[in-house]
Design a protein around this ligand. Structure first.
Ligand code: SDX
Length: 429
């Protein structure tokens, strides 16, 4: 008997089965041979929310949740945050290796020269209400891009894919900037090709009457680091949506719109917005114990705490917490910081959180920085989406290239009625 197998005895029939083990997993389809009779469909695994199911093999990002480790293509997030740039990290995620000087210059040039949007996109953004949530605007506009680039459907043309991938990475900040200006009732600011990716984003958000927008270098650097930290996170909810929608082979804009929709939720990317709303509701340090008690009673979630994978401090939260101090030097300390720090201190000592290994995650401190930069809370998740776009696209590309990829179509455990006859209206209660 090979060691790399699982021996399963079905006590209903006394039959035993040898199931091969590969990468410390078994193929769920290998369970189908386990039957009680020939008509039996065969056994399935049941895993709502996929808490213990590997949906794919991937080389993009590695996380060790117990040790708080995060690596993009093998490089520790701490080193990339300190030494790299968001565009270099985007190229690394997409292509698997750090680009050389020539490759990075070419990639940056291409991104810079695809930041413009078709003028009709302005009409789409204009059509949203003045108080539309920018994540809803982003989701709709990214989906609309699929109609401006119909050739994007040709997803097995590698050169075409590369162009669409660069277009989407390049245009996300422009859509974000135009959306923000729409909400504020301000004129749209066009991209400035002389600025960095982060600097140009700030330009399209905040330029006013000055002839040329000059980004604050500390803020520009902090945005670039925050984008690096949010760039990918293996099979998170939105990457999983990108892969699942992508598996039916639409264009990448349509798949990315699904990713934006998944990220929008307060349990995922929307948490950074929810953290600020929670801190504002707490209002002062002396009210923290009351909120901790309510969280422990399950009355609400401590936003920015907990993680499906990290059962240690999210390494990104550590880096963001340090970056916050540099930003606050420039912008003045965010008054909610003290509440956040005290909330973290108390929660990390409280058995409810310790037992459940609930630590601050990437969203706990990021919003404090964004707010101090003058961003409205409704824009926080939009920044997360800008940053996550290269990660979504790297996962999408890998999914397309994976010979094991098929259309994502899970099974179910049916718990509904057996067959029953139609009831005419006259006989219904
Ligand atoms: C992101 O997947 C990713 O990688 C995501 C992300 C990425 O980069 O893509 O890292 C980004 O989405 C970070 C997470 C942001 N969300 C939040 O901060 C929202 C608050 N957090 C939770 O809702 C929750 O922790 C999740 C959604 C993040 C994880 O939920 P799980 O894994 O489904 O955990 P669970 O709901 O099963 O909770 C386990 C227990 C429960 O208590 P019991 O039923 O065992 O008594 O922990 C409790 C939960 O009630 N719990 C919390 C809590 N999170 C979990 N209790 C209070 N506050 C919380 N935040």
């Amino acid at each position: 008997m090979s060691n790399d197998t699982l021996s399963i005895t079905d006590n209903r029939t006394g039959s035993t089965y040898e199931i091969p083990i590969e990468n410390d997993t078994i193929k769920a389809t290998d369970l189908r041979q386990i039957k009680v009779n020939d008509e039996d469909f065969g056994m399935m695994s049941y895993d709502p929310a996929f808490g213990n199911t590997a949906s794919c093999k991937s080389k993009v990002t590695f996380i060790d949740g117990e040790k708080g480790i995060l690596r993009y293509r093998g490089y520790p997030i701490e080193q990339l945050a300190e030494k790299s740039t968001f565009l270099e990290v985007s190229s690394l995620l997409l292509n698997g290796e750090l680009p050389n000087k020539k490759e990075l210059e070419a990639f940056s040039h291409d991104i810079t020269h695809h930041t413009y949007l078709h003028e009709n996109i302005k009409k789409i953004i204009d059509s949203f209400r003045y108080d539309a949530h920018p994540m809803g605007m982003l989701m709709g506009t990214v989906a609309a891009l699929s109609t401006f680039y119909p050739e994007a459907k040709d997803i097995f043309d590698t050169e075409n894919n590369e162009l669409q991938i660069k277009r989407l990475i390049a245009k996300m900040p422009t859509i974000a900037g135009f959306s923000y200006r729409h909400i504020m009732g301000l004129p749209y600011i066009y991209p400035d090709n002389e600025l960095s990716y982060a600097g140009n984003f700030l330009n399209m958000m905040f330029k006013m009457a000055e002839a040329k927008y000059v980004p604050n270098k500390v803020i520009e650097k902090a945005i670039d680091v925050l984008f690096i930290l949010h760039a990918d996170h293996e099979q998170n909810c939105s990457a999983s949506a990108m892969r699942s929608v992508g598996s039916s082979q639409p264009d990448p804009y349509s798949a990315a719109a699904a990713g934006v929709g998944a990220l929008y939720g307060p349990l995922h990317g929307g948490a950074n917005e929810a953290v600020l709303e929670m801190l504002a509701e707490i209002g002062s340090k002396d009210r923290i114990p009351e909120f901790i008690e309510r969280a422990k009673k399950g009355e609400f979630r401590l936003m920015g705490f907990g993680h499906r994978v990290y059962k240690a401090y999210d390494p990104r939260a550590k880096i963001i917490k340090d970056a916050a101090h540099e930003v606050f030097e420039e912008t003045g300390k965010n008054p909610l910081l003290d509440i956040a720090l005290e909330l973290e201190r108390i929660a990390l000592e409280d058995d409810y959180f310790v037992k459940r290994k609930l630590y601050p995650n990437v969203d706990f401190y990021s919003g404090l920085i964004y707010q101090s930069m003058g961003l409205p809370t409704s824009m926080f998740t939009v920044l997360f989406a800008i940053a996550r776009t290269p990660g979504w696209l790297a996962q999408w590309k890998e999914m397309l290239e994976d010979p094991e990829t098929r259309i994502a179509r899970p099974r179910q455990v049916y718990t509904g009625y057996d067959e029953r006859d139609y009831v005419p209206m006259s006989k219904r209660k």
